[in-house]
Design a protein around this ligand. Sequence first.
Ligand code: PLP
Length: 422
Amino acid sequence: MSLTERDAQVIWHPYTQMKNPLPHIPIVRGEGVYLFDEHGKKYIDAVSSWWVNIHGHAHPYIAAKVAEQLNTLEHVIFAGFTHEPAVQLAERLLPLLPGTQTKVFYSDNGSTAVEVSLKMCLQYWVNTGQKQRRKIIAFKDAYHGDTFGAMSVSGRSIFTDPFNQLLFDVDFIELPNAGNIEQLKSRINYLSNEVACFIFEPMVLGASGMLMYEPQYLDQLIETCQKHGILTIADEVMTGFGRTAKYFSCEALTTEPDIFCLSKGLTGGTMPLGITTCNDKIFNAFLSEDKLRTLYHGHSFTANPVACAASLASLDLLLQPETLLNIQRVTLRHQEFAETLIGHPKLKNVRQTGTILVMEWETGGDTSYLNGLRDQLYLYFLDRGIVLRPLGNVLYILPPYVISDEDLAYIYQTILQALKEI
Ligand SMILES: *Cc1c(COP(=O)(O)O)cnc(C)c1O
């Protein structure tokens, strides 16, 4: 039996209708931006394996650091104990974040990082004696993860349909622009001291179709929140670690969020790890003689030393001047290509932020995630050795920063060909 056939016997894949799914491609090896299947076919990983990989696959430096850590201390309970990789990662990461973030809380992935951020905010108001602050504000098209809290603060969609009744109420607002910003600010002013927090993906909303908006409007929303003491959570799970051509997307702001959620690129895409950071305002509200004010949250693998070691290695690479040059180069190539696409009759919209380039296809009305164009595009690029995974009619490139100009040119050229043929 082939690996694909054995897989079909025993595996239930994520986001996959398992009745007659497209065959799952057996990958045996990764190197740089390439994935190799068991027949030796090479694919360019142009979506960074679900947006996590930033330095390329099987990076020898990260691999060496991970191996070293595995042979030293693979894991230890993180309540009552600590270890060098967790402390060092916090020491190095906090100063890199915009504003004055002072504490790191470890968890396992992006969704758990979001759960922790919500619990920090909701309990902040319990601890400070304003229990009426239970509302959360989020963007209507947000995506913050797949666990129940994270799902609740995400937009309602086909993903959440079966669970909608059980998700807690959230005050959803539109993405801000010049036309609606005053109205959104009025809405926040109106809700004012019923609101615990505002959670947002800064400047790029990933899973809902790589929607983009301007930092100046986010600044205005954050300012309005701060006027009422509403806490603010920047979900940089996707945008963090160079993705938007800044180390963190919130560097484009003049205001400072209270909390950051990080994952995906954190370990360079090597293994799962989530981080929620906060400022002293949040942290101090949990300091008390009263045990009820403790943040009772944790996971078995909290601050796993191997994942922390991978993150430290990834951070070493991220901070090298060469990586910044690569990020700038990919950004520039995307810009150049985007300019040639503007006004293309088959594209409804072309947009770009840093290393993320988005091409929204015309579909003649049917823009749903489930429209047929998606599979057509997906298979077209796979056939040609490129992994691109459109979100409905939204085709995007989000590559590891080490991708070469040649590979980018090949992807662009294949997109032009697809625009002719599909
Ligand atoms: C992917 C993502 C999450 C969820 O992260 P997981 O590790 O998949 O649970 C949360 N927020 C944003 C913005 C994301 O892109």
